[in-house]
Design a protein around this ligand. Sequence first.
Ligand SMILES: [Zn+2]
Length: 385
Amino acid sequence: MEKEYRVCRRCLMDTSDPEIQFDEQGVCNHCHDYDRLIQQRVLKGEAGLRYLEGLVAQIKREGHGKPYDCVMGVSGGVDSTYVAYMAKTRFGLRPLAIHMDNGWDSELAVRNIEETLKRLGIDLYTNVLNWEEFKDLQLAFLKASTPDSEIPSDHAIWAVIGDMAEKLKVRYILSGFNVRTETHLPRAWSQGHFDWKYIQSVHRQFGKGKLKTFPHQGLFTYYHRLLTLRRVDILNYLDYNKQEAMQLLERELGWKYYGGKHHESIYTRFYQGYILPTKFGYDKRRCHLSSQICSGEITREAALAELQKPTYAPSMQEEDREYVAKKLGVSDSEFETIMQLPRRNFLDYPSYGRVIEGPLFKGIYDGLRSMYRSVQQRRNRAAES
Ligand SMILES: [Zn+2]
């Protein structure tokens, strides 16, 4: 039965999220999550800076004598470039930048990465995916007809970053994740990022060859890394303003804007701007704008007006559609057939699934984590004194 249409009174999230819930005031669960995450993970002004400085001192201490003291992923986009800039110029860290080339980078993104890192004096490691294998996997996900086609890329980049951190024996991963602008994302719109079994089962069912070189991490490795590596979302502790950051990067590093969130990758642009909204009715701008409403960056009215516009220029969508189909090796009609397949979801395929989100698994993991953290804290105190 179709649910009655409803939209949050505070943000723009609506019943296009099949799991959305509203409180008595008509405010959605994502807004409540946002408020909680801001409380838990964001520090403003002096407090944020002081926290970061403490953390930076620890990163430097642990990295002493090593070629790098942390690693970070770069996409050529504004957030990761700004993280690189701050890490190097403001905090004097020595990151190794890691980029995963999945074959869909825009020229501008590649140029941004090379130019900005050169100016910052940060080394770059690029992992180029085996295109034939990755193409087969991407096509398999499209045929699986779930909204999770971007999962393989996300999975691989975290696997590559984790592998490199372990190889370099560094514990810290700098990230450009930002609570203030990246919350409000419904689980149903993309899931299984860390679920290697899901990726494998989709590929087994719809792919052709074998995944021989695709970077991945199994369940044990994933949890082991959650315990031993530490992601530092530095934007949560800085009074980060994207517009100002863009101007600064243009001025200082010769960085260039590429015209939209995640437009540094042609596939991501097309996937989020065309396939997701057309086939599934999921418009990721809705999440992004909703976070921005909550953070006070934009009014609800202005956000609503923004949402009425096309995701990006329709003529460019047409071009991208041709380009993507050709690059994936399918004809126009095959692509149309894929678009018309009945919609399915994560739970329709074998995966580690929701077991790992269940209370038992979480309980065991939380216990292990607090044990590990207290050992680490003791070690740090010993190192400091
Ligand atoms: Zn809301």
